[in-house]
Design a protein around this ligand. Structure first.
Ligand code: FAD
Length: 295
């Protein structure tokens, strides 16, 4: 019998106020899948500081059954400023941080630590320990972090994060399962005892996925590109393909014994519901036109 699934869902603070309602609906919908937690991202360059906090805080108020994690990065702020954000989270009852370094600000290629700021995710983790006894999740990279010298360096850093008390690594999204399985197996061999959760992204917009993948080091196999190239002009066909592809990816991972998944939802609960309906996960998962077509 397969292991029970452990699910988490990531949301981003929308820029337009009208998109916020869509995000709340999405959060409400994924709650039906009884996630271990939902998380709220922190804008690149630290751009959504207060907004991230307000959404995470409001999730606690609006959906007390959900556990919430706030993402936090080292970028663009001093240690005191980051500590203050963490303290505000703690005071609002947010007990879980996804602790990250963050990427170089737009228009710059090389990461340079902010003056007086935390330099790396591990430094941020140390700082968080002084604020409160947070649960801490960290990033992991199936295809190597683009700035790392080697995959082995990534493994060493992941091991350090685990030894510093991280609860889990959450992987960057990937499209070729072989990269994830290599990381999982290598982490086990390195005696990294925390789980390495598979990060799954439904391809909700292929053009932007291509752009982002080039920056974050995720490769797009030719067969994935062939499936999605040109589909952005036909959102119905693209969404159907996105559900189909992510379903297949999860099924293959589950066949390899993977049971912990983190979904980069892009605030699109319809895609998540479609995937889970296909997988037969959850209690009466909501149906939509795409899943009906696929069954
Ligand atoms: P680190 O672990 O600090 O590593 C970054 C690089 O520095 C690596 O190459 C590593 O080898 C190297 N390094 C680490 N420690 C040291 C050291 N002591 N000395 C020298 N080199 C070192 N970004 C956002 O802006 N907002 C988000 O909300 C967000 N959410 C994310 C969620 C997940 C699940 C993932 C996987 C990524 C997310 N990111 C987010 C992106 C993340 O900030 C970037 O991938 C970033 O480039 C790396 O972050 P990290 O925490 O892995 O950094």
């Amino acid at each position: 019998m397969s292991k029970p699934l452990e699910l988490s869902f990531e949301f981003f603070p929308p820029k337009a106020p009208e998109a916020e309602e869509k995000m709340w609906l999405a959060i409400e919908q994924v709650a039906a899948f009884k996630p271990v937690f939902v998380s709220v991202t922190y804008g690149a360059g630290g751009t959504t500081r207060n907004y991230t906090h307000n959404i995470a805080r409001d999730i606690l108020k609006r959906a007390p059954a959900l556990k919430v994690a706030a993402h936090l990065t080292c970028v663009g702020a001093t240690r005191q400023e980051v500590d203050q954000i963490a303290l505000t989270h703690w005071q609002a009852g947010i007990r879980h941080i996804v602790a990250l370094r963050g990427d170089p600000p737009k228009g710059t290629l090389k990461y340079i630590p902010f003056e007086g700021g935390y330099a790396y995710a591990t430094d941020l983790m140390r700082g968080l320990r002084n604020i409160g006894d947070f649960e801490i999740s960290v990033a992991a990279f199936p295809e190597k972090h683009p700035e790392s010298l080697s995959f082995e360096q990534d493994i060493e850093i992941l091991k350090t994060k685990a030894e510093m008390g991280a609860t889990r690594g959450i992987t960057q999204y990937f499209f070729d399962n072989a990269f994830y399985l290599r990381l999982r197996d290598r982490a086990l061999k390195a005696n990294i005892l925390m789980p390495v959760v598979a990060g799954i992204i439904p391809i909700s917009n292929f053009a932007s996925i291509k752009r982002f993948s080039a920056m974050c080091g995720t490769s797009i196999p030719a067969w994935v590109a062939e499936k999605f190239e040109g589909l952005d002009d036909n959102p119905h066909a693209r969404d159907k393909a996105a559900i189909e592809f992510a379903t297949g990816q999860c099924e293959k991972l589950m066949a390899e014994g993977v049971s912990k998944f983190h979904f980069y939802t892009m605030n699109r609960a319809d895609l998540i519901s479609g995937i889970f309906a296909n997988l037969g996960v959850g209690k009466n998962p909501p149906q939509n036109s795409y899943t009906k077509e696929l069954t």
